[in-house]
Structures are given as C-alpha cells and as structure tokens.
Design a protein around this ligand. Structure first.
Ligand SMILES: Nc1nc2c(ncn2[C@@H]2O[C@H](COP(=O)(O)OP(=O)(O)O)[C@@H](O)[C@H]2O)c(=O)[nH]1
Ligand SMILES: *[C@@H]1O[C@H](CO)[C@@H](O)[C@H](O)[C@H]1NC(C)=O
Ligand SMILES: *[C@@H]1O[C@H](CO)[C@@H](O)[C@H](O)[C@H]1NC(C)=O
Ligand SMILES: *[C@@H]1O[C@H](CO)[C@@H](O)[C@H](O)[C@H]1NC(C)=O
Ligand SMILES: [Mg+2]
Length: 426
C-alpha cells in the first residue's frame, strides 16, 4: 500500500485570478478577440491550521485586489486540513470553499474561482510559473529590517518532482491533472505587494497561471486597515452553517439574532460602524487543548482553573449558561463540567453523526465559532487564531470591547495580559 506523507493531507488551495488590463480586454472584445484570464494559485506550509489559512486568504485577497487595478479578474477557494482528525466521516480532501464559506459574499470583495471549477473544463491545468517562497538563509540581523527578494537556489528541496516529460508535479491538493512548467525559489522578506512586479509581468499576456507556494511568508499589505476588514467581512460562512448554529442557539441557549441584537445586513457592504450587539444569555469560552497543552503550559489553564474563570464572569453577568468550544476530548469536557458549580449549565455542541458527516470537522468548528461570536461575553485562548477569528466576528457585530478581547489565564494568575483590542476600521 502506498503511504501518503501526513503533510499531504494538509495542503489546500486558494486560487485567485488576476487578469489582463481592463482596457486591453475591452479593446480586444471590440475586435472580437476573446481574452483569457490569468490566475494566481497559492498553497501554504502544510502544517498551518484552518484559521491561520483564513488570515492568509485576507493577505492574498487584499493583494489581488491591488493586482485587479491592473485589470479585470477573478479569484477562488480551499481544500483539506491538519486538525481534522475524525476518521469516521470519510476523507476530508478537495473541499470547495462553498462547503464553509459564502462564495457569493467573497466575490463582492475580490473575484474568486473554486479550483474544482477551474479544473472542470480542462484536461490538464498547466501552471506557467511556480514560485516557491523561502526565508532568506541568514534571516535578517536586527540592525535593519528591509524588504527584499531574490531568485536564488532553493535552500531546501521543494516538495515537487519532475515528470518524464520535463514538467513538474507536486501534491497539488490531490489533483493529478495539475502540472507546472517551471519552478523557481524566491527568497522573500516583506509584504505581499512586493510581489507585484513579478506577477504583473505575467499579467501582460493572458491565460497565464502563476502559483505561489508558502503563501504564509509574505506579510499583510494592510494589516488591520480598511482593506483587511473588508476582506475579513466578506468571509461570511455558508448559509447552512449559520442555520445550524442558529437552530442550536434557539434550542439550547434561548438565543437568536433578533433578541440578541446580532443581526447583520445580508450584504457585508451594508454593515455600518454603528452596529451594537448585546449577545445571547450565555458566556462562551474557547478552550484550546491538544498541542497548546504542550506548546504553552504557562498560558493554558487547567480545566479546574478554566471553570473558575468561567463561573466568575457568569456570576458577574448573572448568566447561567456557559457554552464551551474546544478541541479537547469528551472526557476533558466532562471533567470541566464536574468542576462547575451546579448553579451553572455547561452547554456543548455535539452534532449527530449525520451532521458531522455532512459538515465535517471544519464545519463543526465553524458552528462553534458562530455560537461564541453571539455570546454575551467571550473568553478566548492565548494566541489562538481560532479565538482571533471569533473576536473579529464579535467586532464586526459591534460588541463592547470588554466582552470580546479576553483570554483565559494560566493557573494561579488572575491578571495575565489580555489580548490587544483588534478594532475594526471601516
Ligand atoms: N470544533 C472545534 N475545533 C477546534 C477548536 N479549537 C481548535 N479546534 C481545531 O483545531 C484547529 C486549530 O488550528 P488553527 O485553526 O490553526 O487555530 P490555532 O492553532 O488555535 O491558532 C482548528 O482549525 C480546529 O480544527 C474548538 O473549540 N472547536
Ligand atoms: C524558470 O524560471 C526562471 C525564473 O523566472 C528562469 O530564470 C528560467 O530560465 C526558467 N526556466 C525555464 C526552463 O523556463
Ligand atoms: C464592560 O464595560 C461596561 C461599560 O464600561 C460595563 O458596564 C460592564 O460592566 C463591563 N463588562 C465587564 C464584563 O467588565
Ligand atoms: C501572569 O501572566 C503574565 C503574562 O500574561 C506574566 O507576565 C506574569 O508574570 C504572570 N504572573 C504570575 C503570578 O504568574
Ligand atoms: Mg494553528
């Protein structure tokens, strides 16, 4: 039996299309010439989780928006992941973005195309240039940080191999029919926009496909700025995931968007700065376990101390319901329950097998994120991107900062440093 290296399961695709200059395109049309689109594809370090990948989506979406100013274009989606460990619900590969996100909403910021849609009418997708990003070998000395890039020798052998026909293949999200003409390693330090000269070179001719691997290396062009938030706000979840979360809130938490003032306009472009959310009659805690237990013992509380912190805020806010989102085991959650005073009710999202099979591990995590984003009060885990995405959602909904930018402290610490207030800009 062939064994597939673990990292292969983790990659996923987003594909952005950038295109020929708008002017040229319309002139070409006048002359009856059909101009093809240019596409940008990307992949990441296989080890990255779902929520960091969402952050990288924003980096690329904002960057592609800039490329779009050079022309007319389109863009696309994702695939499979690392913490998706369920073995009983089938393979979690080649999943289109529409499984988790509202693609029509994404498109209102930047044009995206699902990789599967792009492949659907092609026998083989040929990538004209595959750029494997790498950090400069000697990093940077703290004297002076500067933006720079340089095509050089690959420092580590990239995860591709040559075919008999002289083309290059790789994991490519499990698709057999993607091949690249040429791979080059690019040492890179800086923001995404630094890649503009390299990519706009390709946009001079149409029908080009450029792929960037290790897309987590370049930095945000507009970190925390208006474009960051636009791209972020465009990342609405799929209607189905909202409806599952809403059903759960109604049934187990007596919570809904009208009652809780968490209603958003159906189009994110109609959101206003004035939104004021109240949230449902429950506290939410995100308790990141697993690798965080080993990776950051001085920032992760024991279940007993987590229970104390949840009770304290529930008491202060006079709430009985405590919802917990976690990647912990069922045993851990039962232990947590045992530490809570019977005055409080621990509520967990435990979907049926059928639901799990349908929405998969990624969907379950998102439903929990939606529920937490509508709670009266939220406490996250230190430096968890899963928590960050909830905090952003609450910021979009207009919750008061002190109900959102909170984290669990490790045992014995009642005054650990709280997360920065990541305020939306519109
Ligand atoms: N269902 C569920 N999954 C979680 C929760 N916390 C973490 N996970 C899983 O673990 C992964 C953590 O990786 P990532 O998204 O990179 O977030 P981070 O590692 O916390 O920054 C998530 O993508 C989920 O698959 C949780 O509260 N509920
Ligand atoms: C591959 O791309 C590099 C960098 O753009 C270029 O120098 C090289 O000539 C290309 N090789 C082939 C075979 O096209
Ligand atoms: C948050 O701030 C508001 C107004 O400043 C205050 O009334 C409320 O009690 C605070 N909430 C918490 C949980 O500290
Ligand atoms: C509490 O946590 C902060 C970091 O958030 C740390 O600086 C401080 O030393 C900790 N205090 C105790 C008593 O452990
Ligand atoms: Mg992670």
């Amino acid at each position: 039996m062939m064994t597939i290296p673990v990292h292969l399961y983790i990659s996923f695709a987003v594909l952005f299309a950038f295109n020929v200059v708008r002017l040229q395109a319309s002139q070409a049309c006048d002359r009856g010439v059909v101009t093809g689109r240019n596409y940008l594809m990307y992949d990441l370090n296989p080890a990255e989780g779902f929520n960091l990948r969402r952050d990288v989506y924003i980096r690329i979406a904002v960057f592609v928006k800039r490329l779009q100013q050079h022309g007319d274009w389109v863009l696309p989606p994702w695939g499979p992941l690392p913490h998706w460990k369920s073995k009983d619900i089938g393979e979690q590969l080649k999943l289109p973005w529409k499984k988790f996100f509202n693609v029509e909403s994404l498109v209102k910021y930047v044009t995206v195309v699902e990789l599967s849609d792009l492949l659907s009418d092609k026998k083989t997708l040929l990538v004209n240039q595959l750029i494997y990003l790498q950090h400069f070998q000697d990093g940077w000395n703290d004297e002076k940080w500067e933006e720079k890039y340089k095509f050089e020798e690959c420092i580590k052998k990239p995860p591709y191999w040559e075919t008999k026909g002289g083309l290059v293949k790789g994991w490519f999200w499990g698709y057999e029919n993607i091949e690249a003409k040429n791979v080059s390693c690019l040492s890179f330090q800086g923001h995404y926009k630094k890649l503009l000269p390299i990519l706009s070179k390709h946009s001079k001719t149409s029908g080009k496909v450029v792929m960037i691997d290790r897309g987590e290396i370049p930095l945000h062009d507009d970190y925390g700025g208006v474009n960051y938030w636009k791209a972020r706000r465009s990342m609405r979840y799929s209607d189905h995931l909202y409806s599952l979360a809403n059903q759960f809130r109604r049934e187990f938490l007596e919570s809904d968007d009208e009652r809780d003032d968490t209603l958003l306009p159906s189009d994110w472009r109609d959101e206003s700065v004035e939104l004021k959310a109240k949230g449902g009659n429950y506290v939410c805690g995100h308790l990141r376990r697993q690798d965080f237990l080993y990776g950051r013992p001085s920032d992760v509380p024991s279940l007993e101390f987590a229970a104390k912190q949840l009770e304290k805020i529930a008491l202060l806010l006079d709430l009985q319901n405590i919802f917990v989102a976690s990647d912990g085991t069922n045993q851990e959650m039962e232990k947590l329950r045992s530490y809570l005073s019977p005055k409080f009710r621990l509520v967990l999202y435990l979907p049926s097998f059928e639901t799990r099979k349908e929405i998969l591990d990624g969907g379950v995590a998102i439903v929990e994120q939606i529920i937490c984003s509508r709670a009266r009060h939220f406490i996250g885990s230190f430096e968890s991107t899963f928590s960050f995405r909830i905090q952003e959602e609450r910021e979009i909904l207009g919750f008061p900062s002190n109900s959102t930018f909170n984290r669990f402290c490790a045992d014995g610490n009642n005054s650990c440093e709280q997360p920065a207030k990541w305020k939306k800009v519109m």
